[in-house]
Design a protein around this ligand. Structure first.
Ligand code: NAG
Ligand code: NAG
Ligand code: NAG
Length: 505
């Protein structure tokens, strides 16, 4: 009898864990039944909750899953990642392509009112918003050593998340699967795609050599918007951007070009450095996320700088969005990759960079008040403040290392193996300017199969695109800032749905 106890104990323990895993993640318990702030009928099902990716550490990633409003069983499943590092993917959910438009509450901190977003990406896809890595948004670990992390660990953790997620939602396993993100997710997306590719690459091997990576994801491709990619290309992008946009003089452009010899990302001579400082002076006061948008210098969001007001009215109009509610007011933050591209080593998060707990550059009031509301957290199955702390758009909880180097080799590996890639760029973003993305996609050396041409949305030119062999597509969105679906929601839904469907954009 006594001899059997440990085994019985073990059995009970594993039953207990199986039970915990099931109750924690089964879709019935993950289903969201009502959403505070929204009084209508949801056009599709919403699920949310945690997936434990490391039992020993109690490391859990939070996801919010919006089922497609079209044909859930056939439409692609898309994983969405915001960047930072340290920024929550609720940025995309609340401000970009989520199912709702958020109208600020009447008083400070009161609950926002939610309206359906007619340009939601859930119109054509099943979409997973994931807070990653642990420590970001609602994701957390009981062992805080996990908050020191980097590109490679984040990619393998997110891969673990995906494998577990598809086990919980096996009915979506056969749908085409895509990975998407923007800004620092320019690193998250290709590194994760590479993990996923490795996980399924045994498909060509004989049966007996197959490793046991299950389930097998039906991975098709990925998209990156205004994505951090390569120290040199991103770092050299600003000067030509500033000149092309009419922000610096021809004289200064000629001087800086000859003094720096095209090397702006790593200035070697003082004469180059001093010309670059002059470029900075000219750009000071602009909103780095959209040079056409007003610039807010503090959280009171009161001042529009004279620099912006000097723009002619027609120019200001260009920066406006057809989103029914105002895009966020952003402050100027002189930070990466603006004259400080992401390099190997520690990548400071926004709060770390500005040495402040306030989220820099961004008015995140509506997201902050909604996601820190207790009723909202209960409704969406997020832990309360006592467990995960307050929700911040971008956190300084993590210490993040850029340890995966340039993304260009990743893009080559992935596209040469048949995975489709869309590299899109809001062409008025100065944070990760389109000039860098245009240059690196060209540098890959693939043959052009769809020569530079305008693409249209709603009967208007919406930007330009160039298609390369191996299904590598570069695309600009005219007049858009850093977060494309926030500034140009209709155009964004158009290229998104065409590209996902494999149609010409
Ligand atoms: C946290 O994780 C580290 C690294 O795995 C480990 O050495 C440490 O013992 C853990 N701490 C706790 C409290 O479990
Ligand atoms: C990509 O492919 C090249 C050549 O096959 C290889 O050297 C490299 O290690 C691969 N992986 C990455 C992440 O670039
Ligand atoms: C490009 O994508 C299309 C649509 O998915 C596919 O049919 C085609 O084989 C791909 N081409 C290459 C070179 O991978």
């Amino acid at each position: 009898m006594a001899k059997n106890t440990p085994m019985l104990h073990k059995l009970l323990l594993s039953l207990f864990f199986a039970f915990v895993v099931l109750t924690e993640s089964a879709p019935e318990t993950a289903l969201i039944s009502q959403i505070p702030g929204f009084t209508g009928t949801l056009p599709s099902k919403h699920y949310s909750g945690y997936v434990t990716i490391d039992e020993d550490h109690g490391k859990k990633l939070f996801y919010y899953f919006v089922v497609s409003e079209q044909t859930p069983s056939k439409d692609p499943v898309v994983l969405w990642l915001n960047g930072g590092p340290g920024c929550s993917s609720f940025d995309g959910f609340v401000y970009e392509h989520g199912p709702f438009n958020f109208e600020a509450g009447k008083t400070q901190g009161s609950l926002p009112t939610l309206h359906l977003n007619k340009y939601s990406w859930s119109k054509v896809s099943n979409i997973i918003y994931l807070d990653s890595p642990a420590g970001v948004g609602f994701s957390y670990s009981k062992n805080t050593t996990d908050y020191k992390t980097g590109d490679l660990k984040t990619a393998s953790d997110t891969h673990t998340f995906l494998l577990k997620w598809f086990e919980i939602y096996p009915e979506f396993l056969s749908n085409p699967f895509f990975i998407a993100g923007e800004s620092y997710a320019g690193v998250y997306v290709p590194t994760l795609a590479y993990e996923v590719m490795k996980g399924i690459s045994f498909l060509n091997l004989p049966q007996e050599l197959m490793p046991a990576i299950k389930p097998i994801l039906n991975f098709k491709g990925y998209m990156v918007g205004n994505g951090v990619t390569d120290e040199e290309f991103d770092g050299n992008a600003l000067v030509p951007f500033a000149h092309g946009m009419g922000l610096i003089s021809d004289d200064l452009f000629e001087e800086v070009t000859s003094e720096c010899q095209g090397n702006y990302y790593n200035p070697l001579a003082d004469s180059c450095e001093s010309r670059l400082a002059k470029v900075d002076e000219d750009l000071e006061g602009l909103n780095i996320y959209d040079i056409l948008e007003p610039c807010y210098h503090n959280t009171d969001a009161r001042e529009i700088t004279s620099g912006n007001m000097r723009l002619p009215a027609s120019f200001r109009k260009l920066g406006e969005t057809d989103k029914p509610l105002a895009v966020r007011k952003r402050m100027f933050g002189r930070a990466w990759p603006f004259r400080a591209p992401v390099r190997d080593g520690i990548v400071p998060t926004w709060p770390q960079l500005l040495n402040s707990n306030d989220v820099p550059c961004t008015d995140d009031e509506v997201a902050t008040s909604w996601l820190n509301n207790e009723a909202v957290r209960k409704a969406i199955h997020a832990e309360l403040e006592s467990v995960v702390g307050s929700w911040d758009l971008c956190t300084d909880k993590i210490l993040f290392f850029h340890d995966a180097g340039s993304m260009i080799t990743y893009h080559k590996n992935l596209t040469s193996r048949g995975f489709r890639a869309l590299i899109f760029s809001g062409d008025h973003d100065m944070c990760v300017p389109y000039t860098g993305s245009q240059a690196w996609t060209r540098s890959v050396g693939y043959k052009i199969v769809d020569e530079w041409r305008p693409w249209t949305s709603n009967g208007q030119v919406a930007g330009y695109t160039q298609g390369y062999e191996n299904n590598l597509t570069f695309l600009t969105v005219k007049g858009s800032g850093h977060t494309v679906p926030e500034y140009k929601p209709q155009e964004a839904l158009d290229f998104y749905s065409r590209w996902l469907a494999g149609k010409p954009i």
